[in-house]
Design a protein around this ligand. Sequence first.
Ligand SMILES: Nc1ncnc2c1ncn2[C@@H]1O[C@H](COP(=O)(O)OP(=O)(O)O)[C@@H](O)[C@H]1O
Ligand SMILES: [Mg+2]
Length: 233
Amino acid sequence: MKPKIKTCIEGLDEHMTGGIPQGHVVLISGMPGTMKSTVAYSILFNNAKKENKKGLYISLEQGRDSLVEHMAGLGMVNSEVDTQINIVDMAYLRLNMDEEASEQQSWMDIFKMYAENMKQNMDYEILIIDSLPVLELLGKMDQRREDLFYFFGWLRELGVTTFIVAEATNDATRVNEEDFLADGIIRLTKERKGYDITRQIVIDKMRGTKHNTGYFTLLHDGKDFQLTRVIGE
Ligand SMILES: Nc1ncnc2c1ncn2[C@@H]1O[C@H](COP(=O)(O)OP(=O)(O)O)[C@@H](O)[C@H]1O
Ligand SMILES: [Mg+2]
């Protein structure tokens, strides 16, 4: 059996026989505010802290400072893991490059070169890309189907386990192109329950692993995530 990467979310790894097979490309998908970025970051943070695994977080939607601050507010203080984790804000990458270099290479080429160089320099095992819609925009993926196909292929060659933050509605029957290409999909949903919003997590797909397909309530106590069975249904 392939080695596994743990999500380190209490209760979740048990539902997929110990974790995510190493090397997988996994989508963390959901609507805005379902805590996709937080779940992705917590996987990186806890793997650094508890499993001594290095990680790279490429943030395209949110600036680095804002991300670090948000995560600290949720009990994940970056300074605890800053020898293991690199967070890079690549959205404005182009603005910081000299004109000549940026004319010769596409944004996508620079993105890939950066991820490959970092792999050589720090040898990270876990990569987060936040998010796919912005990657498509900046990477000018106008032939979506084809471009995504080759991009996923490139990710697998990189030899790391990747989590890509993606968009999805609460409607499980609406399928995106990337859902077929990914090795796994962890979907986050939110629902109105009277005055409150409750969040759920479901494993839609995980190649090479037996997994639970049920919905679990996802709670955050200000420090960690917890999973409980969806109650009251
Ligand atoms: N201290 C906190 N405790 C619990 N939830 C929080 C806290 N701070 C922010 N949130 C929630 O986290 C959400 C944002 O999380 P984030 O991971 O950025 O979501 P997404 O990436 O899915 O848009 C906010 O909409 C808010 O509801
Ligand atoms: Mg986000």
